[in-house]
Design a protein around this ligand. Sequence first.
Ligand SMILES: CCCCCCC/C=C/C(=O)SCCNC(=O)CCNC(=O)[C@H](O)C(C)(C)COP(=O)(O)OP(=O)(O)OC[C@H]1O[C@@H](n2cnc3c(N)ncnc32)[C@H](O)[C@@H]1OP(=O)(O)O
Length: 333
Amino acid sequence: MALAVGMRVLTRALHRPWARGLRVAPGRTGPAAGGGDGVRCFGSPRVLVEPDPAAGVAVVKMRNPPVNSFSLEFLTELLISLEKLENDKTFRGIILTSDHPGIFSAGLDLTEMCGRKPEHYMEYWKAVQEMWLRFYLSNLVVIAAINGVSPAGGCLLSLTCDYRVLANNPKYTIGLNETRLGIVAPFWFKDMMVNTVGYRTAERALQLGLLFPPAEALRVGVVDQVVPEDQVQSTARSVMAQWLAIPVCRPGVQNQGLGRAVLSPEALGEAPSCLIQPLAAPDDPWPLDASRQSAFPPRGLPACLCLQAPLFLSLVRTLVGFGVHPKSKRISS
Ligand SMILES: CCCCCCC/C=C/C(=O)SCCNC(=O)CCNC(=O)[C@H](O)C(C)(C)COP(=O)(O)OP(=O)(O)OC[C@H]1O[C@@H](n2cnc3c(N)ncnc32)[C@H](O)[C@@H]1OP(=O)(O)O
C-alpha cells in the first residue's frame, strides 16, 4: 500500500506542479481555543499545543491533514512549538500525538522530494534533520502517544521520544518502510532503529521495509507499550508522571550514556553535511529529480522512484554493509 501511495504522490507531484503547495489546512493561529481549567491552547495552523502547566506537561498535536506528512511548513511549525515549550520553564515534558486519530504521521512529505530546485531539497533536508536532532536532544521528556499509522519518518519521529505508547489497532503499523518505496533510509534513521530494537531486528526490518502491527511492534521493541485506543493518552500521562518523578530525567539519561548514544559530539557536527552534500551538491541533484531518473533504473522499481548511482551505492552500503558505517561502530561499542 505504501508503495502504491508513494508512486501516486510522486507521479502526481511531478505532473501537477500546482499540487505541490497542497494540504495546508486552515487552522487557528496564535492563542487558540481555551483548554481545560482556563488554560489556553496555543500553536499554529499545523500544530496544536494543549498545555497543562500544573503537571508541567504539554500535549503537542500534529494536525497537518490529510496524513500529517512532514511538509516544510509543518516541520517549521513543529520546531517552533518545541522551542517555545523548551524555553518555558513551566514545562518538563511533552506528549506528542496526532490530532487525527488513525494517522500519527505518514513521514516525509513525498511532494517535497521531487520536481523541486536543489536549494529546496537543501532547505527541506535541513529541516528534517533539525526535527530529528531537536526532538532527540530536547531537554524535555518526550512521550509519543501513537494513535495511528506511523511509517518511515513518522516512525523516526517516534524513535526520538523517550517512550512510545501505541494504540492497539491492527491498522496502526509502525516501521521504517523506505526500501518498499525504492529509497533508502538514511544511516541515522537506521541508527535510531538499531538503538531501539537491536542490530539483527533492525537489519531485517530495514531490509524488508517492515511495518509492524501493534503486537509485533511491542514484541520487537519498536514501541514500549500497546494499550486500547481510548487509553493511549491516559497511559502516556501516567508514563510521563513516572519520568517527571525523576529530578533530572533526560539529562540524567544522557549522562549515563544511555538512549542518546547516536549523538556523540562528532556525530552532531557531521549530521547536516553528510546527507546534504552527497544528495544536493550542484553536480549531484536530488535523486528523485525527474530530469535524472534515467541514469539508474533498477529493475522492478517505478521510474519515479529510481535511485541515482551515488544513492544506490549508499543503499548497497546500508543493506549489504549494515553496521560497517562508522556510526554503527560507535553505537555498538
Ligand atoms: C531519495 C532519497 C530520499 C531520502 C529520504 C529517505 C527517508 C524517507 C522517509 C519517509 O518518510 S518517506 C515517506 C514514507 N511514507 C509512506 O510510505 C506513507 C505513505 N502513505 C500511506 O501509506 C497512506 O497514505 C497512509 C499514511 C497509510 C494513509 O492512508 P489513507 O488511506 O488514510 O490515505 P491515502 O488516501 O493513502 O492518502 C491521503 C492523501 O495523502 C497523500 N499522502 C499520503 N502519504 C503522503 C506522504 N508521505 N507525502 C505526501 N502526501 C502523502 C496521498 O497521496 C493522498 O493524497 P490525495 O490523493 O488525496 O491528494
